[in-house]
Write a protein that binds this ligand. Structure first.
Ligand SMILES: NC(=O)c1ccc[n+]([C@@H]2O[C@H](COP(=O)([O-])OP(=O)(O)OC[C@H]3O[C@@H](n4cnc5c(N)ncnc54)[C@H](OP(=O)(O)O)[C@@H]3O)[C@@H](O)[C@H]2O)c1
Length: 294
């Protein structure tokens, strides 16, 4: 196996921590946290990265809350557009490969049932617009970069929807979840395996690539499947039933959410030459690991 020196940005986030722990054993891994490189300071990026040695840069940093992006559009632009552009320029100068993480929110969520990499993008909020502009900036500066679009992440390092639902169901049987918002939950652990294969065996793959598990879900079905697995594992959840509600009934969101952003992973399956497992199988593995080790 050729040596790969991997630099991870955003290594304190949910995906970034998963990437760091996945690659740490077999690769030369380094990270740059906010205290060493504040990505809002675009002018500091070039010098800091120039002083580092790496072959592959994984950029899992960004302003990832759609609601914060909506109220802080300048910060969203700095972190999701200007910083990725500057990072890509450095990678290009170093001939390093950049793998930049993006989102299903680049799509409008209307008309199509499933989105492929080449489909038209039309984000509906500041988060999606800045992430799309970031994709374009990265590929403009470093055409060999890989833009990995992911959706509905969960995993060991940051609590997300299934963890929150299970926690709530240990206390109450009155649960509700949105049933008209469609995409696919994706395991951070699976993303790490796919990224490793893309680094080691597919160095020439570039452009947008959808990195997601197979199948389709709503926040409602995601919650009910998580609860059934939890019950099967012996957790004293008070219910496995969740009341379906409409996205429009939630008034707390500042940013509009796209409704149907399910991504096709056909390109990923073709590149890796393997079937990508279902989100239900990946979720079960995660919950077994999390709850049976206690
Ligand atoms: N989570 C999802 O469901 C989801 C869905 C679709 C796409 N994505 C994409 O996947 C990627 C990873 O998401 P995630 O959920 O793992 O993100 P996350 O947990 O929110 O982590 C974001 C990371 O960015 C870093 N960061 C933020 N502002 C910074 C700054 N000014 N300087 C340096 N670092 C800064 C954070 O560092 P601090 O710890 O210092 O704040 C943290 O390490 C992102 O590109 C996101 O857009 C995520």
């Amino acid at each position: 196996m050729p040596a790969h020196r991997i630099l991870i940005l955003g290594a304190t986030g949910g995906l970034g921590r998963a990437l760091q722990s996945h690659f740490q054993p077999g690769y030369e891994v380094s990270t740059l946290g906010r205290s060493e490189l504040d990505l809002e300071r675009t002018d500091a990026i070039s010098a800091t990265l120039a002083a580092r040695e790496f072959d592959v840069l994984l950029n899992a940093a960004g302003l990832t809350s759609p609601d914060v992006c909506e109220v802080e559009p300048e910060c969203a632009h700095a972190l999701n557009v200007a910083a990725p552009r500057a990072i890509a320029e450095c990678c290009e100068a170093k001939r390093a490969r950049m793998i930049h993480f993006s989102t299903d929110y680049v799509f409008s969520g209307e008309e199509r049932e499933i989105w492929r990499e080449g489909d038209e993008t039309e984000p509906v909020n500041v988060y999606g617009r800045t992430k799309l502009a970031g994709e374009q900036a990265v590929l403009g500066a470093s055409p060999g970069a890989l833009v990995a679009r992911v959706s509905w992440l969960y995993g060991h390092y940051k609590a997300s929807h299934p963890d929150n639902v299970i926690l709530k169901a240990l206390q109450t049987d009155d649960l509700s979840a949105v049933a008209d918002k469609i995409s696919v939950p994706t395991s951070n652990a699976d993303i790490c395996h796919w990224v490793e294969q893309l680094i080691v065996s597919h160095p020439d793959i570039s452009g947008p690539l959808h990195l997601c598990n197979s199948g389709t879900a709503t926040w409602h079905s995601w919650a009910e499947v998580a609860l059934k697995i939890a019950q099967h594992l012996g957790l004293p959840v008070k219910t496995t039933r969740v009341r379906p509600i409409a996205l429009a009934s939630l008034t707390q969101f500042k940013a509009r959410r796209p409704l149907k952003t399910l991504m096709s992973n056909a390109r990923l399956q073709g590149i890796l030459g393997m079937e990508i497992r279902s989100w239900q199988d990946a979720l079960e593995e995660y919950l077994v690991e999390k709850h049976q080790s206690k």
